[in-house]
Design a protein around this ligand. Structure first.
Ligand SMILES: Cc1ncc(COP(=O)(O)O)c(C=O)c1O
Length: 410
């Protein structure tokens, strides 16, 4: 269900016309629907019943304080991949007992900080990292919980940049090494084995790789059980796709209950990012110039690839729409940003009725990996963000200024 739709001629979020927000808060502007965030979370939660479930929202998708608060209030945990994200998760109020720390390059300082906070577990991605965790926890004389990220030999069909499984991937370890790591962790005095972790990739639409992963995880957990190693949870990661297709959660949930039925108390952890936030966000932008003299017609807009990188980085396709519906003869345009890069495009061959400079466009499904991947490239201040709850639109991040851009220069 989309929470962005035309009311009369105006694209609106609920009852609030988006053009009024673009006028008030200026553009480029990210707008999020709180109702949509809640709806996505609850629909996911309701799809996986029958065993203890913890949804750890992957902060990397969008780490805005107020947006993440919505999930925290609904009982979610957090999945973080850096010391910065861990600090932000704690600041937001996520309980440390619901925070998982993933990432291939955790430094000793980050590990130390995580141990001190008593987080739920470290998703350990290499033997060296496990040893570092063992060493640091022993120095601190504090227990650290471990979940080994296993890179199962499964191919999830997605963009090459968002595949995180397979033997060429830098993420996780193969099953053989994982086994040795669990054996090692069992003997380490200050480590506690907590779970098993896997994450197949991002923008995955088929339930098949999740079903395969569950079967492999079951076999692995059985082997651990034979060595008297038991787990508190199995973490099947995130990656649920968002776009034209929909993912079949019932197939995945069914496979999880079937494969893990011999361990009814085993908790299930999921780490969705995109699924929870992508469709809840829209990026509003203003047409700066209509450039129609050459072979192609361009709409040059005030948002650039620094604000929203996905189309340039992954060739991701996001619908671009006019905020005010018009009638009349449509023409074909390419929508490009102002950044000095040829990749700075949001749409090609877009059909629009008489667009004029000063008018607003909206880039849909921009809530995930939008603001969080934005930069100040070309010395461009980052955009503002607004959260709409019913009739109330609240600024949840102000636009950066020139002063912000130069603040850290020495
Ligand atoms: C370990 C891990 N968990 C969760 C996620 C979230 O993925 P998505 O936003 O596709 O759900 C990622 C994304 O890269 C990840 O690497």
């Amino acid at each position: 269900m989309s929470f962005f739709s035309y009311r009369g001629k105006s694209l609106s979020v609920g009852r609030v016309p988006l053009a009024s927000l673009a006028q008030k808060f200026k553009t480029p502007l990210y707008v999020y629907s709180q109702a949509s965030l809640m709806d996505q979370y609850l629909s996911l939660k309701n799809s996986f019943s029958g065993r203890p479930l913890l949804i750890c929202y992957a902060l990397k998708a969008n780490s805005n304080f107020s947006l993440c608060r919505v999930f925290k209030e609904l009982g979610a945990g957090a999945e973080v991949v850096s010391g910065g994200e861990l600090r932000q998760a704690l600041r937001i109020g996520f309980s440390p007992s619901k925070i998982l720390f993933s990432g291939v390059g955790k430094t000793r300082d980050e590990i130390r900080f995580g141990i001190k906070q008593k987080i739920l577990a470290f998703n350990v991605e290499s033997f060296e990292e496990l040893k570092a965790l063992g060493e640091v926890s022993a120095q601190m004389r504090l227990k650290a919980s471990v979940s080994v990220r296993i890179n199962f030999p499964i191919k999830a069909k997605t963009h090459p940049h968002t595949v995180t499984s397979g033997n060429l991937s830098k993420f996780g370890v193969n099953q053989k090494e994982a086994f040795l790591m669990y054996e090692w962790a069992r003997k380490a005095k200050w480590l506690k084995i907590a779970g098993l972790h896997c994450h197949l990739g991002s923008q995955v639409f088929s339930s098949k790789p999740y079903v395969q992963a569950a079967s492999l995880a079951k076999n692995f957990i059985r082997q651990l059980a034979m060595r008297k190693i038991s787990l508190s949870f199995v973490d099947m990661g995130g990656g649920f796709g968002v776009g034209d297709e929909t993912i079949d959660f019932s197939g995945i949930a069914g496979a999880y209950s079937q494969e893990f039925k011999e361990w009814p108390a085993l908790g299930l952890v999921l780490e969705p990012g995109r699924f929870l936030v992508a469709e809840s966000g829209i990026l509003l932008t203003r047409i700066v110039h209509v450039k129609a003299g050459g072979k192609r017609k361009f709409l040059i807009v005030d948002a650039g690839m620094n604000d929203f990188l996905r189309p340039a980085l992954y060739g991701a396709r996001h619908p671009v729409v006019s905020l005010e519906k018009k009638t009349g003869k449509a023409e074909i345009f390419d929508v490009a940003g102002p950044v000095c890069e040829s990749a700075d495009f949001f749409a090609r061959d877009l059909s629009l009725c008489a667009p004029k400079s000063g008018e607003f466009l909206g880039i849909l499904n921009a809530g995930a990996y939008g603001f969080s991947m934005s930069s100040q490239y070309n010395f461009r201040p980052r955009a503002s963000e607004v959260l709409v709850d019913g009739k109330t639109a609240r600024l949840i991040r102000r636009r950066e200024t020139f002063a912000d851009l130069i603040r850290s220069e020495a």
